[in-house]
Structures are given as C-alpha cells and as structure tokens.
Design a protein around this ligand. Sequence first.
Ligand code: SF4
Length: 289
Amino acid sequence: MTCLEPLALKPGVEDRPAIARERAQIARGLLTRCHFCAHHCGVNRLAGERGPCHAGAETRCFSAQVEVSDELEIIPCFAVALGGCDLRCDFCITGVSSWNAAVGASFDARAVAARAKQALEAGARTVMLLGGEPTIHLPAALAFVAEMPATAELVWKTNAHGSEDARALLAGMFNTWVADFKFGNDACAERLARVPDYVRVVQENLLWANEDSRLIVRHLLMPGHVECCWKPVAQWLAAELPGVKVNLRFGFWPAWHSRRHPELRQPPSAEECAQARRIARGLSLRLID
Ligand code: SF4
C-alpha cells in the first residue's frame, strides 16, 4: 500500500535538506492514517488513536550523545534515540525506553541538530537516528534531516520493518542504513517479537536499502537460535546480497523479558558462537566489526 511512489526518486545530495523539509510535512499529514510500518494499522495518531507502537503525534527522545560502540566505520557517532518501537522483542536490551513512546524529552529537531553539528565539528564521523525504532517517527526524523548539512554523513538504524510509504519518504535521505535481520523464520519472530510476516518484510526492506544507500546488516546471535535464525539469515544474505557488510553480534544478554523464554535465559555458548562463525565463513559472508 502506498500513495507516495513519486517520492521514491532520489534527491541530489545538495537538495536533501529542502526535500526532507517537504517530506516532513507530508509525513505529518500521513499520521492521520498511519502506515509507516508493516503493521499497516491505519490509525489516526493525530486524533489520539494508537497502534502497536503506542506512538502518537509527539516524538520523544531518550538519548542524544556521542557513542563509540557501533560499527567501526561509523564511530564516533552522534546517536539520537527516539522512544517507542513497532516490534516487541522480549530480549530488547533497551526495553524500558524502546517500548515506551512517552519516554524522554519532547524532540526538538532544530535543537538536537545543533548539538549534532557541534559533535561533527568536534570530530564525530556520523550522525545516527535510532530508537526504539525511528520509522514510527518519520515526521520528526525528516525534520531533523532538514536541519542537517547536505554533506553530513547520516545513518538510519532500523529494525527494517518499515512499509512502502516509509521507504518512499526515506529514499535518498540517509547515507548508510544499519538494519537488523533478527529472525530467520516467522515462527520465532511471532513468538519473540509478536510480529507476523517478518521475514518477507525485512528481506524486502534490505533489498531496497542496498539500492538506496550503503547497507550494513546486523544479526544479534541468540542462544538456541543458530540453526533456526542465524543460518537461514546467513544463507539468504549470501544468496541475495552477496558482499553486503554483515555485523554478526555476540553480545546477547538476557535482558528485559528474556526470562519468558527458557532458551534466552543465558548468553550464547562458546560453541554456538563458534558454530555461527563457521556458518558465516562457509558462506563467505563479509563480516565486519
Ligand atoms: S508506526 Fe506502525 S504500529 Fe505505529 S501506528 Fe503506524 S503503522 Fe501502526
């Protein structure tokens, strides 16, 4: 479902702030019937209705600071975290903030952009928008892009569960997408994150993002999910996005509601980590740090 096909044209980089400003207005109007993510719930967020993300018209920010724990090629990074998410991953390491669209302070795009520009002048390499999930806050995210210099290196950190409308609004806006591919099958996605039709949606977004920007795919290795999740993710990446940068992450910690699932009550074992690496090597994936 989309009504935004013409926006899929990529802007020239010099036009990015102006186009982002226009799109922010369009995105604001679309809050009356929200289809930003693949839940497609169509609620009127301006009238107080809420979908699974629980986000309304306001965007709130729970962290805006320089960070150095992301991929080496994007750090130091000024990272802006917006509250609320459309997924419900029980193992979310930032569940308190990521599940709560009312957390933090009201987001002032111009003021946060001023801080981001200061960070760039002080040596930060990139500016990243993340969440929660930034896709549910497209009006604010695009307003932020409009305030940033056309030459700034902007990173979109996403769960890759956006809709066709979201992609049309985001086309050409970010230099790099850092996108999660968390689950290798729909049953695990439904059970652990309460999201249907996960694999198809994420694959569609990753293929698109690889055309639109530089793409880094992240997979957080979960204990007990090497065969059912990592292996099919790795096989698909090798077949459909050969050469794409993949960050296989071993830092799973049994946070938030992990205890609801017996296999998620501990970090992955050393053998599981070794097995995951063997799968990546066997498929010649381009692993990065
Ligand atoms: S962002 Fe997704 S979950 Fe939230 S209201 Fe829009 S379509 Fe629904």
